[in-house]
Design a protein around this ligand. Structure first.
Ligand code: ATP
Ligand code: FE2
Length: 341
């Protein structure tokens, strides 16, 4: 096997919080050598944690092997194994943790438990070139506006009920849209929204800095059932409403913190309408807008490996016997001593 950078050190990271299992390998200086993602697509409906976990168990060995081959490094070059310790779904997290523990024990290297939300921010800082941004992290399971302050990523605003990606997905399913080849439901809604133009009023729910999507989701589904509006117009209106809410909260966090960068990440970051709305508020505040490329915005192992490296360099490793998963581990519970501020 050809050996890549024989003197350098590497970290292997395992991501398994939800329906994707992924393995990333990075060098300690931030070069991504592999980022292999094995997506689990449920046959119908949303995520089933136990089915997803079964998928993870089935693909774990092969995905690790693929990542090592892709990285062209010998396993003994791996200096630490990182895994998503939470937040996420119990069965999924446990399967990833088991794989990580086995690998760390076999390679006789330290294990690093990574907070999934921190990882989304850290990979954004690495690959999208943001130093100290206000981050909007939007996915199927999370909706968080955060920024670094006094040693942690503080949560400035978050959802009070469902995540924005989940809102788009449930709406899409309820109105009979299906995921297309390489196109998740949110992207299908985006495509339809592009053909809509008439704004239909929906509940706009921002409470202080927090957001709520479930009421407007119910209202949008109800409007569809009344058959008075084109689906394109409803998709358009749904997007305009939820993205305006997200933009409003992000803008207020930006004004409050006086940061000079806005970072957009998570699966929903692929949405061009959301990108353009955030770009505009960034402009208005003389801030730079950065968006994480899809490969690193979706759940991925590279972000876990990179955050694992940062944590490892600050001795934040975890003994195997204490490496239990943390289903509700909050972003603002984590110390991030590697952040210069
Ligand atoms: P997490 O564990 O971080 O909550 P996740 O399991 O939801 O992540 P992601 O891949 O980060 O996984 O995000 C998936 C979400 O992104 C889905 O809700 C999907 O519909 C949404 N999405 C993907 N592309 C688009 C798009 N173009 N517009 C809007 N939403 C999108
Ligand atoms: Fe995620």
């Amino acid at each position: 096997m050809p050996v890549h950078h024989s003197a350098a050190s590497y970290c292997l990271g395992i991501e398994s919080t939800a329906d994707d299992f992924s393995v990333g390998i990075l060098s300690f200086d931030g070069e991504v050598l592999a980022n292999v993602i094995s997506a689990h697509v449920p046959e119908k409906g949303g995520i089933h944690p136990r089915e997803a976990a079964r998928h993870h168990a089935e693909v774990a060995g092969k995905t690790v092997e693929d990542a090592l081959q892709k990285a062209k490094i010998e396993p003994r070059r791996i200096q630490a194994v990182a895994f998503s310790q939470g937040p996420g779904m119990g069965p999924c997290l446990r399967t990833g943790a088991t794989a990580a523990r086995a690998l760390a024990a076999y390679l006789q290297v330290p294990l690093v438990g990574v907070n999934h939300c921190v990882a989304h921010i850290e990979i954004g800082r690495l690959v999208a070139g943001a130093g100290d941004p206000v981050t909007l992290y939007v996915s199927g399971g999370n909706t968080i506006v955060s920024a670094f302050e006094a040693g942690r990523y503080r949560v400035f605003g978050e959802t009070l009920d469902i995540a924005v990606g989940n809102c788009l997905d449930v709406f899409a399913r309820e109105v009979g849209l299906h995921p297309e080849e390489r196109m998740p439901l949110g992207a299908v809604v985006e495509k339809m929204a592009g053909e809509g133009q008439n704004y239909v009023s929906l509940p706009y729910t921002v409470k202080g800095m927090d957001l709520s999507f479930s009421g407007l989701l119910t209202a949008a589904i109800q409007l569809f059932q009344e058959e008075e509006h084109r689906l394109e117009d409803l998709c358009f209106s749904l997007q305009e409403t939820v993205f305006s809410m997200l933009t409003e909260v992000t803008e207020r966090a930006l004004a409050h913190t006086e940061k000079t960068e806005v970072l957009l990440t998570g699966g929903v970051a692929a949405n061009e309408r959301l990108q353009s709305m955030l770009n505009q508020i960034a402009d208005e505040h003389n801030a730079r807008f950065c968006v994480v490329p899809k490969e690193y915005a979706l759940d991925n192992g590279a972000m876990i490996a990179w955050t694992g490296i940062l944590a490892y360099q600050h001795d934040m490793t975890v003994p195997i016997e204490k490496s239990f998963v943390k289903l509700k581990w909050r972003l603002d519970d984590v110390c991030v001593p590697w952040h210069g501020g």
